[in-house]
Ligand binder design. Structure first.
Ligand code: SF4
Length: 71
């Protein structure tokens, strides 16, 4: 799969919509996070979704988890 880097306009639009709609999409808000809040019980690598407010990988790609379920 070819990595897709978000444009600055897409990043700005996502951030605005995240605030407007109070989007939950990170591991701390997910049913599948461990009780200590540090790991995914499905054992997915979740560094980006766990460690910061960022939803972008270092290369600028959007990162979401398709197994996210609201807690
Ligand atoms: S299922 Fe996805 S969103 Fe949920 S804790 Fe695991 S990596 Fe995070």
């Amino acid at each position: 799969m070819k990595p897709y880097a978000a444009t600055p306009e897409q990043v700005a639009r996502f951030r605005a919509e995240r605030e407007t709609f109070a989007l939950a999409y990170r591991c701390p808000d997910c049913l599948h996070v461990t009780l200590d809040g540090r790991h995914c019980i499905l054992e997915y690598p979740n560094r980006t979704l766990m460690s910061s407010e960022a939803y972008l990988e270092e290369g600028g790609q959007f990162v979401f988890c398709k197994y996210f379920e609201p807690a």
